[in-house]
Design a protein around this ligand. Structure first.
Ligand code: PLP
Ligand code: ZN
Length: 394
């Protein structure tokens, strides 16, 4: 396992120690990246060892990448190593089924690692603002670790998110407002309450958990990059984490540099701050007023890591795209009926984006692409029933 050298600011490159819990850069409030001494994991031999260890030691989920993760005892519920499902209709489309994670979403990866580190540091009370799935994931891992979880989320989150957080024993407060309002409340109260703020990109380890999606996707494709990655984007941790994984894999000599995928950030037209910023070629986003979409995880009106995402989109030759909820719902229904895959609304934004880029000619049918279904469709039955007009009739 690698040693953490330091935490490095994504904006001004200031470094701080990882010996004690850290939040954001003390100089500019940028998000912090974990930097390791990767020397011990370099070379193809170390890469091949991952699969050998995986086979010998049984299923290790995302912890099969422990050679590039902090050296600590994991708090785990079986996260990661999710399937890549080939589409029946599009021969070069793979769906990375993140709904197979504990708590039914990719948020499990980031929160497994963040709670693991919280336990390592001896933190006793965590707090998070959430669009829904992060709440469920934090509540589950906090319960597994014996740590208190304090959760603030919009009162109209998918019902499953509320019920799961309550069942895991978290302190849940429903708010009239959006995740940004929840974030403000956590920030205002955390000092007095003694909470550690585990918000998206305001502590360094959720990125580390989410980066395993990048390693995993590339390993599952035979250690090759796909042509493009479609990522339903709210706060953007997965996008940022995967890009970090690609840089590390190249440094490690595990993949050939120079052919990274185009990163496609997908949002809903009801909340598309990243699309607007991308189109305006801005270096940061502006608060999206009156954000509203049934893709609850995409309802993030001002992502904290907007500046990092914009750099990645540009560097990768990618795009940011948004679609109306009707188009997203039509894609969700299409994939359920024709592929047997019940996507989350967020995942269906990615499938809608693929259709669009195929039609526009930005991608060719022969381009191999990975679409992230970031959550299980079954977590959204109230939301999708409502949007589709499904009611029990007897
Ligand atoms: C299912 C789902 N997809 C996508 C997102 C957006 O994730 P990120 O914040 O990593 O952009 C969320 C966030 O809550 C989510 O729950
Ligand atoms: Zn900084």
């Amino acid at each position: 396992m690698p040693r953490i050298n330091e935490l490095e600011c994504s904006r001004c490159k200031t470094t701080v120690s990882a010996q004690t819990p850290q939040t954001v850069c003390p100089k500019c409030a940028g998000s912090l990246y974990v930097r390791y001494d990767l020397g011990v994991a370099k070379g193809l031999g170390k890469r091949e060892q991952i699969a050998r260890d995986g086979q010998a030691g049984g299923w290790a989920g995302m912890w099969r990448y422990r050679s590039v993760l902090p050296e600590v005892k994991p708090v785990t519920l079986g996260e990661g190593w999710t399937p890549v499902l080939p589409s029946k209709r599009y021969p070069n489309v793979l769906v990375k089924e993140e709904g197979a994670n504990p708590t039914g979403s990719f948020k499990a990866r980031g929160l497994a690692l963040a709670v693991t580190m919280a336990k390592h540091y001896g933190l006793e009370k965590l707090a998070v603002p959430s669009a829904g799935n992060a709440a469920g994931a934090l509540a589950a891992y906090a319960a597994a670790a014996g740590i208190e979880a304090n959760i603030f989320m919009p009162k109209d989150v998918p019902f499953a998110n509320y019920v799961e957080a309550r069942m895991y024993g978290a302190n849940v407060t429903l708010i009239e407002g959006l995740i940004s309002d929840c974030g403000r409340i956590v920030a205002e109260r955390k000092e007095k309450e003694g909470w550690f703020d585990i918000s998206t990109l305001k502590e360094p380890f959720r990125i580390e958990g989410k980066k395993t999606m990048g390693y995993e996707m590339v390993e599952q494709l035979g250690w090759e990059y796909p042509e493009a990655v479609f990522y339903p984007t709210g706060g953007g941790v997965g996008l940022i984490g995967m890009w970090k994984a690609f840089a590390e894999m190249e440094e490690l000599g595990w993949v050939k540099p120079g052919r990274r995928p185009k990163m496609i950030a997908v949002q809903s037209s009801g909340c598309a701050p990243m699309v607007r910023a991308f189109e305006e070629q801005a270096s940061a986003s502006k608060m999206w007023e009156n954000a509203a979409t049934f893709a609850a995880g995409l309802r993030v009106p001002k992502p904290y890591g907007d500046y990092i995402m914009l750099e990645i989109l540009q560097e990768s030759g990618g795009l940011a795209l948004a679609f109306p909820d009707e188009v997203i719902l039509a894609s969700l229904q299409d994939w359920a009926k024709n592929e047997g895959i019940l996507l989350s609304p967020e995942g269906a934004a990615a499938t809608a984006a693929y259709d669009h880029l195929l039609k526009s000619g930005f991608l060719k049918p022969t381009d191999r692409v990975v679409l992230f279904n970031t959550g299980a469709g079954l977590k959204y039955t109230d939301v999708t029933a409502d949007a589709s007009g499904i009611r029990r009739t007897n």
